[in-house]
Design a protein around this ligand. Sequence first.
Ligand SMILES: NC(=[NH2+])NCCC[C@H](N)C(=O)O
Ligand SMILES: [Mn+2]
Ligand SMILES: [Mn+2]
Length: 298
Amino acid sequence: MKHISILGASMDLGQQRRGVDMGPSAIRYAGVVERLQNLGHQVTDLGDLAPPLSASNASESESLRNLSQVVEVNTRLAKEIDDIIASGSFPLTLGGDHSIAIGSVAGVSGHYKNPGVIWYDAHADLNTSSTSPSGNIHGMPLAAALGLGEEQLSHIGGSEAKLRPENIVIFGARALDDREKQLIKQLGIKVYTMHEIDRHGMSAMMAEAIAYLKEKTDGVHLSLDLDALDPQHAPGVGTPVVGGLSYRESHLAMEMLAEAEIITSADFVEVNPILDEKNRTAKAAVDLIGSLFGEKLC
Ligand SMILES: NC(=[NH2+])NCCC[C@H](N)C(=O)O
Ligand SMILES: [Mn+2]
Ligand SMILES: [Mn+2]
């Protein structure tokens, strides 16, 4: 039995398609609280973080869209996550676009000597304002956690880097920008692209990733972007990429993580109900959350 604190981070300013701020509601309607309670966990739903204070962003740069609002919300999120862990509870953050992982990772990192992360995503989210093709901050959270790019982002929750490159595993990648590929090589970040997963199978690759992180880290944050899944299984995302992980593979991944007992915090992000079909993507998120917290088929 775990004590789990659910926190909605209803942020949509890290990218340009409206609607992803409704992700937390959609995941709640898909029954996340009941699902976790039925598994015997104690669940507190803390509701949603308050929206950003500043509304206007007209003067802000196109290489960092809506910077001040993203900074403001993530600063509050980092503090909330920090408090949740300090109280002995497991923080489960519901996005919102992936920019909210800047705050969740910042809030987590101070609690561990060697915090690690599994970035379950079609993308690497390793851009900075100088490499980003879009200026969308949801493509930058992993770079910010490494201490790279705009300091207003990387200094949220403290000026130190929140993650070491060797404690990061990217899983499901298939849409990396050239500069992200360079950075991955330069820093030696472990990446399981769709190529490795197709070639050797989810079971072997996830087992390897788990063994790798178990050796290096004392706490692992799972940051699961629903676009890691193939759009067939998770159509309600803002940046879908074909050729993704299946529903079944993702279930197996969550079951293996549950069995390994390495995940100490998590976020499920990028569910956009406006782009979804009958809440399928939110339902997939809840199914995966069930498996991550110990649900078994028999
Ligand atoms: N969290 C995401 N869905 N990120 C998509 C990022 C796409 C692209 N690499 C960019 O930086 O704009
Ligand atoms: Mn993505
Ligand atoms: Mn992402």
